[in-house]
Design a protein around this ligand. Sequence first.
Ligand code: TRP
Length: 447
Amino acid sequence: MAERETWGTRIGFILAAVGSAVGLGNIWQFPFKTSTEGGAAFVFVYLVAALLIGLPAILGEFVVGRRANINAVEAFDRLKHPAWTVVGALGLLTGLWILSYYSVVGGWVTRYIVGSATGAYFAAPAEYFGRVSMGWEAIAFHGGFMAVTAGIVAFGIEDGIEKATKLMVPSIIVMLVGLAVYAFTLDGAGAAYEFYLSPDFGFIADNLGTIVPYAVSQAFFSLSLGMGAMITYASYLGDDDSLFADGSLIVVLNTAVGLLAGLVVIPLLFVQFGTVPDAAAGGGAGALFVSVAQAFADLGMAGRALGVVFFGVVLVAALSSAISLLEVVTSYVVDNYGYSRPATAFGFGGALFALGTLSAWNTAWLGWFDSLAYGVLLPLSVLLGVIFVGWVYGPEAVDEIQKGTSNGGSFATAWLWSVRTYVLAGVFVTLYLGVTDIYSAPPIPFL
Ligand code: TRP
């Protein structure tokens, strides 16, 4: 058997992982969940969750991936714990579920590139979003996005996208900083910073039951956890890399992009609406689109060009994430069941397109798919992974995480202690609250 490829450089791995992690979760979802879940209170809990739960959990996936040196499903077999293969399988399922509506939002982004070029949304951004986010047009653009994703995976032509990803992360940061500074100069943005950056701890205490599960699951989604992706990426890592150093950098960069997106979207919403609008007025899932659309509209002709560039870069971010979501499943099926790569990629792509038409037809469905991912699939998948790494694989995991570090002993022990205790408890509580939330108020559309 040929020796398995490894990442050429440490920075190559970090950029690839950040490229997968940075996507619609940071740019679209984080600002809008912040706006609906209590502003700074949500941001605060999210930061704590990303650092104290997300980081140990991503390290757990790195440990499994590098140790096993193979895809997420077979990894557990390779580690001699075949029963835990169910964790890998659940991860694939979660990824597919999420991709079905991720692609719908990718379609919106594509639609907005066209809309920026023609200035179609300039007159009435909120009304425009209402029109293009649901119905036949949304289905068509969702289909286009999914077809491109499947096409790239089918023909194994990620090369171009990988190169684009290297440019993407820096250009997203530059554009978000530029827009954040612009928003800062506008009248009416002031109140936004209070809302976004000054947490009310009383509010957190009173709403712990909803803020915690949303914030923790948001951290998982954004870090691409619980979907086998990070296991797969780390399977290409060499033993001389420090998992802790790489993981910390990935978490910090990914979190920074989300925070920056919030610094753009929330002030722009306040400038237009004087508050964060509800979904009907252009908030909720429309927050990113309606807020920056208005800013571009205000800039006139220059706004058209800026809009094309901005949504273009967001599209690259969305595509690179969607591709790695689909790639995890496709490579597993191709390697193990002998189907051809194009048939597999287009097969899954077609099925997910069909599933996603519900979300594209009505955003109530999109909300329902999202609730199930957040409330059940993500926390369950991460919980099982954490139990495995902490309690089943424990000592060997410690051995693995120490590789590539000079004095990893006490750190490794602290990490193992964390996944065995409070991380596990935190994810369990998240799952429990997510399930009870869905049970008490089923977000089932039209019922
Ligand atoms: N993290 C990505 C985002 O924030 C979405 C995502 C979730 C993802 N799981 C993934 C991407 C797995 C690639 C692989 O948008």
